[in-house]
Design a protein around this ligand. Structure first.
Ligand SMILES: Cc1ncc(COP(=O)(O)O)c(C=O)c1O
Ligand SMILES: [Zn+2]
Length: 395
């Protein structure tokens, strides 16, 4: 049994109420009667292994077998950077990003609620995931995108899976505002991370990391922050296991933003209200977000775990993307590489201790953004089609 709980005023709403926020304006989160227990987790690796702590009551799940992603020991990168790094590669999900975890739960819940059309604003990955899960559920999907600012692979996915794509002459934050307004008017159900059910799917990243580490809690979990949903979701996953007594400590939740889109870092440093970036800019287009809607949840995640947030430059994140690809064989998109770039920076700043065990969550696959990959990794060698020319090139 689950319900929706306002994180600001504590008001409670029925789980049959398709709402995103409280009357007071506060964000909602899903709460459960059941206390999670390791004995309840069964079935193959993946999101639905944890169905006892997911909010579906009557409907069948709409699944593409999401989750169950690898956790790599990044030994060479660890040696080079100077701290033990494990990489949870969420790019290995069905559509190539962690958003699939959120969408399997979000779209399933939408079907349970009797919703007839779903929508999102997106920097790309949400649109690909919504389109695919919309197709699997046979429900129409609408996507609002910031024109010219979404990586090619993601647009291709969303179109191929049959979503209706509308490109706006504006940024992501404007797209999200319009989607939320139109949802109020009854046009569709929003599946951005403002939707509390999306985050329930994403919290399973925490559960999987724990199982993959034989229930040893990592000292720190580091991941990119855009709209700040994923850091909030993963924190919630750890917190539920902590409150159930399954684990006895929490990892320090650590978020990384791109310098040109780092309002949360500014708010944490200065304290007080978050000041949105009016014109966020970064090559990591997935996190080109100036006004993260889940900031209140993310601030709790960070402060309650003694975590932190930092920002990295585009050069730093591109360098980390190349290192992950070339030292470890792990292909990630630019936004995902902020995690590793952030670890390097925080270690240099003395915030991360070299004895820590760190899990970096790499949120999306290299192939999502081929243009960025080419820009970061150099050019091909072109020669005549002769034995001699290739020999010379090899020298
Ligand atoms: C690859 C990638 N990483 C990170 C993020 C940021 O996640 P969140 O918006 O939950 O902070 C996104 C969001 O679009 C993404 O696509
Ligand atoms: Zn409230």
């Amino acid at each position: 049994m689950s319900w929706l709980h306002c994180i600001e005023c504590g008001e409670r709403y029925s789980s049959n109420d398709p709402r995103y926020t409280c009357e007071c304006g506060g964000l909602l989160e899903v709460r459960y009667e059941e206390v999670p227990s390791r004995a309840d987790f069964s079935g193959p690796p993946g999101v639905w292994r944890y169905s006892s702590v997911l909010p579906l009551e009557t409907a069948d799940s709409v699944t593409l077998h999401e989750g169950g992603t690898p956790l790599y020991d990044a030994d060479k990168l660890s040696d080079e950077i100077g701290v033990e790094i494990h990489v949870k590669h969420e790019g290995m999900n069905p559509t190539g990003s962690f958003k699939d975890r959120g969408m399997t739960v979000g779209v399933s819940k939408a079907i349970e609620l009797g919703i007839e059309r779903v929508a999102c604003a997106s920097t790309g990955n949400t649109s690909a995931a919504l389109a695919a899960y919309g197709a699997a559920a046979d429900i129409p999907a609408v996507v609002l995108l910031p024109q010219g600012k979404v990586a090619m692979g993601k647009v291709a996915q969303a179109l191929m899976h049959g979503a209706q794509l509308i490109e706006l002459d504006g940024n992501f934050d404007e797209c999200l505002r319009i989607v939320r307004d139109l949802a109020e008017e009854g046009f569709f159900y929003v599946l951005n991370s403002i939707n509390p059910y999306r985050l329930e799917g994403q919290k399973t990243i925490a559960f999987e990391v724990l199982e993959q580490m034989n229930w040893e809690v990592p000292d720190r979990v580091v991941l990119p922050i855009g709209n700040a949903g994923n850091i909030s979701a993963i924190y919630k996953g750890f917190r539920e296991f902590y409150h159930a007594g399954i684990i006895d400590e929490m990892p320090m939740m650590t978020g990384v933003q791109a310098e040109g889109a780092s309002p949360l870092v500014g708010a944490l440093q200065k304290g007080g209200k978050l000041k949105p970036f009016e014109s966020p800019e970064t090559k990591a287009t997935a996190i080109r977000i100036g006004d993260p809607v889940n900031a209140p949840k993310a601030r709790e995640a960070i402060s309650e775990t003694d975590g932190t947030a930092t920002s990295v430059t585009d050069e730093e994140l591109m360098d980390a993307q190349v290192k992950l690809a070339q030292r470890e064989g792990i292909g990630v998109e630019p936004a995902s590489a902020t995690s590793v770039a952030g670890v390097k920076k925080l270690l240099n700043d003395g915030v991360i201790d070299s004895t820590e065990t760190v899990v970096c969550v790499t949120t999306g696959h290299l192939l999502k953004d081929p243009d960025a990959a080419l820009e970061a990794s150099g050019d091909t060698i072109k020669t005549d089609a002769t034995h001699e020319a290739v020999r010379q090139a090899l020298d």
